[in-house]
Design a protein around this ligand. Sequence first.
Ligand SMILES: C[S@@+](CC[C@H](N)C(=O)[O-])C[C@H]1O[C@@H](n2cnc3c(N)ncnc32)[C@H](O)[C@@H]1O
Length: 235
Amino acid sequence: MKTCKKFSFQDQDEHLEVTIEETIQQDYGLYIWPSAPVLAQYVWHNRQKLQSKSVLEIGAGTSLPGIVAARCGANVILSDSQQLVDALDACNTNLKLNNIDNGVVLGITWGQISSTLLELPAMDIILGSDCFYDSQDFEDILVTVHAIMQQNPNCQFWTTYQQRSCNRTIEHLLRKWDFKCQLVPLQSFHADGSDIAGFGMLNSPTVEMLKITMHIPIRNGDNYVTDYFLTRLLV
Ligand SMILES: C[S@@+](CC[C@H](N)C(=O)[O-])C[C@H]1O[C@@H](n2cnc3c(N)ncnc32)[C@H](O)[C@@H]1O
């Protein structure tokens, strides 16, 4: 069954509405996961930084964060696994539903260094909502992000993580691939309430917002968190 959800982002001066189609099915659904409105709210909160920037969403599925980025003026590529045609169709459907003419959809499978991945232009921001859900994929996701960041070491990976199990960790992988990670408090971008842009979060699991970068020097006063984040997120 396909349904459309409306999301309404606002602050004192501005307002944005987007519509996202999701497919609710027992065997294979394309849902809007609770991580998506959190990341979309972060995108909305940082929209001034995204003007004309190159943004890639990985594991996009229903693509809410990428759609918000595009509507806020970014040049957006939505991607999902090359093997998951339904997911790629969902990306295209949601671009069309929101009248985004300049968005591009690509098949990018985590961990595969494909010609599509190698031919990507330099990206400023990578978005990933609820991609870290199966620990077998964790390193593949970071390999993909690492490969993209080779083109632009200042690229940032903004990702939301739904806490599912206390046994899962990406700590060793962040260290292995030389990433730095900042935990962004939800209240700092108004994502700590029971409703985000019309999406009810009351019964949702805990979602964390992470900003992952490469080779950023740690200076006094910088807010880069390693051990704190690692002990909180990855217990
Ligand atoms: C939990 S869903 C999250 C979807 C969407 N980002 C959200 O938060 O609502 C995970 C997404 O990752 C995609 N995915 C799964 N395995 C993948 C892979 N190996 N490479 C790329 N994408 C993959 C799925 O198709 C799905 O869209």
